[in-house]
Design a protein around this ligand. Structure first.
Ligand code: ACO
Length: 311
């Protein structure tokens, strides 16, 4: 009966075993996974835009090749995650409709503009750095297809982070103007990158249940702290500073203290009022409409091969 199935599910979670698509799972677990995984997939797809926009303006052939590979990786991440979410019984069309209509959330960070080349460095170093801090623990997520997708995604994210760091390092070893460009960009991305981890633990409605189900492994604030501790020494190597007067090492805690973030800004971005929400959604809808012929051709081909005899 229901009780036995729930007990079996709870036992699997308690034993750090994986839940697979054909296993019984509580409807709320399924729903929470679809929510998190589809938001994650949407973030990867929308996240292609700020960098895709720089491919034609990359400063060298090498930078262009690297940037193209990175943006393609992001498309790949989105597609693995949609596939993983589909194993829970939600169709890709349903998820895409939610994105295209503006109903679905995707990461706040992609609603900021990327007006300078140095932003390609900051996005790689800080945004992908935050993504790794958040996603490495998700390789152990309790839902099998999600955890497994995350392993490859994290390997690629780690390359993305290094390439961003290296862009900033090259700028910091350049002219005064290039150094100023790098610093100006880091100033803009620092706080939004910290907000990627989500609201403070006390205001995070999903954390408790998601952590109990091992859909999430650490709280928003724990991961944010881990990220700050990771990037401070990296900033020293680069020679950039962070725009936070309260950022300092706390010997007692063994962690860096940092200033309160502007959560009003975060909530405004989530409500659709960030710098680029409208732009990102309009571009995504246009790209989807322009791709209609590909979907139609694939459907026609599938129908023809299904009905014709093999020779
Ligand atoms: N941007 C947009 N929405 C956010 C963000 C953010 N940075 N942080 C939290 N939210 C949303 C949550 O999705 C949730 O909305 P919902 O209940 O309507 O679905 C609401 O704010 C409350 O937040 P939490 O209760 O803390 O939500 P949750 O427990 O899901 O934690 C987190 C949010 C940490 C993002 C989690 O979902 C997660 O780890 N997701 C997987 C990783 C991911 O999606 N990364 C995307 C960016 S990285 C990249 O693509 C390069």
């Amino acid at each position: 009966g229901e009780d036995e199935r729930l007990a079996a599910f709870d036992a699997l979670i308690a034993a750090d075993q994986r839940i697979e698509p054909t296993d019984w799972m509580p409807p709320a677990y399924r729903k929470a996974l679809v929510r998190q995984m589809s938001q994650h997939a949407h973030s990867e797809i929308i996240g292609m835009q700020p960098e895709g926009n720089w491919i034609t303006r990359a400063p060298s052939l090498k930078r262009k090749a690297i940037l193209m590979a990175k943006v393609q990786d992001e498309a790949g991440h989105g597609l693995y995650l949609y596939s993983a979410a589909e194993t829970l019984g939600t169709t890709r069309d349903e998820m895409l409709d939610a994105l295209h209509s503006g109903k679905a959330k995707y990461s706040s960070i992609f609603n900021y503009l990327a007006p300078s080349w140095a932003d390609m460095g900051s996005i790689g170093w800080l945004v992908d750095g935050a993504a790794i801090a958040n996603q490495v623990p998700l390789c152990r997520a309790s839902y099998g297809p999600y955890g497994r997708a995350m392993v490859r995604i994290c390997k690629e994210e780690s390359f993305h982070q290094r390439q961003g760091f290296e862009i900033l390092l090259a700028l910091m070893n350049g002219t005064d103007e290039q150094r100023a460009m790098a610093q100006e960009s880091v100033n803009r991305w620092y706080a939004p990158a910290l907000m990627m981890f989500g609201p403070p633990d006390g205001e995070s409605p999903n954390s408790r249940q998601s952590m109990a189900w091992k859909i999430k492994r650490f709280s928003n604030d724990e991961l944010r702290q881990r990220f700050v501790d990771m990037i401070v020494p990296q900033a020293e190597i680069l020679g950039v500073t962070f725009p936070d007067p309260d950022l300092r090492w706390n010997e007692e805690r063994g962690h860096h203290d940092f200033g309160e973030l502007d959560w009003d800004e975060f909530h405004a971005v989530l409500r659709g009022n960030g710098q680029a929400n409208a732009l990102r959604l309009a571009k995504r809808n246009a790209a989807h409409a322009e791709g209609a012929w590909v979907r139609e051709a694939a459907r026609a081909y599938a129908e023809r091969t299904a009905t014709s005899e093999r020779i």
